[in-house]
Design a protein around this ligand. Structure first.
Ligand code: PLP
Length: 408
């Protein structure tokens, strides 16, 4: 490997073949019966949750943000490991409700919730994160109509930004949450409605690898929560502080220093228990729980030399894995870690472009990347593909079949 990559060093390999859940990827491909497919390693997910629990303070609740990967079997597996599920649509809510997770431990965020979605949420008895005043009033009306008291949290659009975040979702004007400065007035209006307020939801951003940036944001989040708690009509029972923990994708990316974040959260949690004695603090993570446990596996269909550049044309591409193609929010396209699954090190190596079958120059899985020399029939594996993979991809684009999806 020409450049150090945190991920490539940690791969499980036997006879130069990648192992996924202790199974050679070639055997797994036979078992699935076709390529391309996504494979998620349940043991890796279990180990990730255990590693988090070991570093995070006791009593800090851990929720899974289903948006990162809504595969029902995977959500089912995680439901047995975490303390709650956060969903962002009625579709995800249905998946969450099929698990044994108690409804009170399921929360529903996301702008523009429609009346039918809110009605299902109220009937299910889950917690709705209010994203606007309209939503608050609509929910109260639905509660009256159903004869049930809706449970809500106020999602706050904070007055600060998460620095060095892959995707900023707070600070300045945003469609997410209610602007922090408007929250006191909203709480007064809420007190007059038949809604049960459990607390606040403050999510500042995603894909952050820098412990200092997360620590700084968490400091702001707790400070904001204490200010808002003074205005709340009832004691705060839930404070969802978001997450934003990132995973390494690109050469040179350093793994997040979880121990540092955990130490800081211990102090914050101790303080929170003094200041808000009834509070349950929730960390909600998507990508960090599942991203590294997922693999996208496709097969080389053609090997072409165009004016001195080798193109491996595979049966998989951006229609299944938009993020790896660089078209999901990347300003500059960089390669995900991509390997030849059945020749991880290889006897010969070369620089190649890996492309998909779509008739567009956007369909690139790797550009000018050094890999083992691959032949037609070999398996190409995109690592770090467990989060925002299939779920964030335009599967209808060009009419190819959808990929398989397995939990192993
Ligand atoms: C997307 C999202 C998450 C998950 O973010 P990750 O970066 O995958 O951990 C959590 N909470 C909210 C409100 C989100 O919108």
């Amino acid at each position: 490997m020409s450049k150090t990559h945190a991920v490539l060093a940690d791969l499980a390999v036997a006879d130069d073949c990648l192992l996924i859940g202790d199974m050679p990827v070639t055997a797994l491909a036979d078992r699935v019966g076709r390529t391309p497919f996504y494979a998620y390693d349940r043991g890796a997910i279990t180990a990730r949750v255990a590693a988090l629990r070991a570093q995070l303070p006791e009593g800090l609740a851990l929720h899974y943000a289903v948006k990162a990967n809504p595969m029902p079997a995977l959500v089912q597996h995680l439901a047995g490991l975490v303390d709650g599920l956060d969903v962002a649509s009625a579709g995800e809510l249905g998946i969450a409700l099929d698990t044994p997770m108690p409804p009170r431990q399921i929360s529903f965020a996301g702008p523009g919730k429609r009346a039918a979605e809110l009605a299902r949420a109220v009937a299910a008895g889950i917690v709705v994160s209010l994203e606007s005043e309209r939503e608050m009033r609509a929910l109260a009306d639905i509660g009256v109509a159903q004869g049930r008291r809706p449970t809500v949290a106020v999602r706050v659009n904070p007055d600060f930004e998460l620095k060095a975040s892959g995707m900023k979702m707070s600070g300045g004007p945003k469609p997410f949450g209610i602007d922090a400065e408007r929250v006191p007035a909203v709480l007064r209006a809420l007190a007059a409605l038949d809604l049960e307020l459990v607390g606040f939801h403050i999510f500042a951003g995603s894909q952050n690898l820098r412990a200092e940036a997360l620590i700084e944001a968490q400091g702001h989040i707790f400070a904001l929560a204490y200010r808002l708690a003074e205005q709340a009509p009832t004691p705060v029972r839930t404070l969802n502080i978001g997450g934003g923990f990132g995973i390494p994708y690109f050469p040179g990316d350093q793994r997040l220093d979880l121990a540092r974040v955990g130490e800081h959260l211990s102090e914050r949690l101790a303080e929170a228990r003094r200041r808000l004695p009834t509070v349950r603090v929730v960390l909600e993570l998507g990508r960090y729980l599942v991203g590294e446990a997922g693999y996208y596996v496709c097969r080389v269909v053609d090997r072409k030399d165009s004016r001195g550049t080798v193109f491996l044309v595979t049966d998989g591409g951006l229609h299944h894995h938009l993020a790896a193609s660089g078209n999901l929010g990347q300003a500059v396209r960089r390669n995900y870690p991509v390997i030849v699954g059945n020749r991880v090190r290889g006897t010969a190596r070369e620089r190649v472009n890996v492309v998909g079958p779509l008739c567009t120059p956007l369909d690139v899985l790797a550009h000018d990347l050094e890999m083992a020399r691959a032949e037609v029939g070999d398996l190409i594996v995109v690592l770090q593909s467990g989060a925002y993979g299939l779920t964030a991809s335009p599967t209808a684009f060009l009419g190819h079949p959808p990929p398989g999806e397995v939990l192993v």
